[in-house]
Ligand binder design. Structure first.
Ligand code: 2ND
Ligand code: ZN
Length: 363
């Protein structure tokens, strides 16, 4: 089977589980919102130059420096109007790229500098997603968005944010996550939040195994009860590959594979933060061959200068991923979504499989 063309990749239905709202703004929107709210700190007010600045600054080789770039997006997202606009545009941009279902995440606690309450923030973002879904449907590219609420690892507000996620579970909030610097902030600092979510039968994922290795993944799964792993790239540290290509899995890697724990892999972001040295050295291909529950994600479209299509394009170039691989990865993602089972199945049977059939894939 041939390596897909850029247009085939764009047209193929895609599912995105790991995308940050404050990492996906259009550069022109950042410039306009900054002017509207009097934010004076932007490194450039030329959209093209600003877009370049984000990708270059984020290309730092360190998660901490990568995260510093968010001060400019968070800085212009402190009003209700800004949140509605950014959310609507995110839904539109993902739909244009051929994404049919996306879980978009953000940390409500970061948008309170202008006095907004946590509830007002969640309501504004939900309003924006609904507007974006309407515009996408009208443009002939329907998309469904689920929201994940993040608590920031360094802020110790996770119990409050977990309660917020549960409060809005019937209004489009599909789950919870913790994000931010990994080293020095183990997920076990938030055990009360995870305990509460489990008691409420609520879903959560945890950023783990990105800037920190196996202990972080082990804690996220075995102490906190994470259903999915944000990144999880370092699980490769628990796999030994012999010269003849055979792989031997350690106990943790075996557990992750046996339990079908989804890995939300973000290749471009992993290179930018230094979690892996290059795309060619990314363990995603090894993990795919070993049939881990691998998914492909953008993480931050602005900082990575990326999109779902670009991520798949890069993987097709580096590893020869075919449309059949794309479909497998997309089905993995849809099966792993924090959406009710019947709705996941409907998207698989009515949208994803027919979409790949249209591109000539049988089955
Ligand atoms: O890759 C990441 N690892 C940890 N935290 C991240 C990553 N990408 C974005 N974030 C942070 C910065 C955002 O402000 C926050 C919520 O979206 O999540
Ligand atoms: Zn992330």
């Amino acid at each position: 089977m041939h390596v897909p063309t850029a247009e085939e990749i764009r047209r193929a239905p895609k599912v995105l589980l790991h995308d940050h709202l404050d990492g996906g703004l259009r550069p022109a929107t950042v410039v306009e919102l900054a002017a509207a709210c009097g934010y004076a700190g932007l490194p450039s007010t030329d959209p093209e130059e600003l877009g370049r600045w984000f990708t270059e600054a984020a290309d730092s080789g360190s998660l901490e420096r990568y995260l510093e770039t968010f001060s400019h997006t968070v800085g212009v997202m402190q009003t209700r109007e800004a949140l509605v606009r950014v959310a609507a545009e995110a839904a539109e941009d993902l739909a244009t790229d051929g994404v049919v279902y996306a879980e978009v995440r953000y940390a409500p606690e970061l948008f309170q500098e202008g006095g907004l309450s946590l509830d007002a923030i969640v309501q504004a973002v939900q309003e924006g997603f609904a507007e974006g879904e309407r515009r996408a449907a009208a443009a002939g590219a329907p998309i469904r968005i689920g929201t994940l609420l993040c608590a920031m690892r360094q802020n110790a507000r996770s119990a409050e944010i977990a309660e917020l996620a549960v409060r809005y579970r019937d209004a489009g909030v599909a789950g919870f996550d913790i994000a931010g610097p990994e080293a020095g902030f183990p997920p076990t600092r938030n055990l009360d939040a995870f305990e509460y979510l489990r008691q409420q039968n609520a879903h959560f994922t945890i950023h783990a195994g990105e800037a920190f290795g196996l202990p972080s993944i082990w804690e996220a799964i075995q102490h906190c009860g994470a259903e999915r792993l944000g990144h999880g790239v370092r699980i490769a540290d628990d796999i030994a590959v012999a010269e003849d290509g055979t792989a031997k899995l350690g106990r943790l890697a075996s557990y992750v594979r046996d339990r079908r724990i989804p890995l939300e892999m973000c290749p471009t972001s992993n290179v930018q933060t230094g979690a892996v040295a290059s795309i060619a050295e990314h363990p995603i291909d090894l993990l795919r061959r070993l049939r881990f529950r691998v998914t492909v994600n953008t993480d931050n479209r602005l900082m990575g200068g990326t999109s779902m299509s670009k991520e798949f394009g890069v993987l097709a170039d580096a590893f020869g991923f075919t449309l059949a691989d794309m479909r497998w990865l997309t089905l993995n993602a849809m099966k792993s979504a924090f959406l009710p089972f019947d709705e996941r199945l409907a998207l698989i049977d009515e949208v994803i499989k027919p979409g790949y059939r249209e591109l000539g894939l049988t089955g």
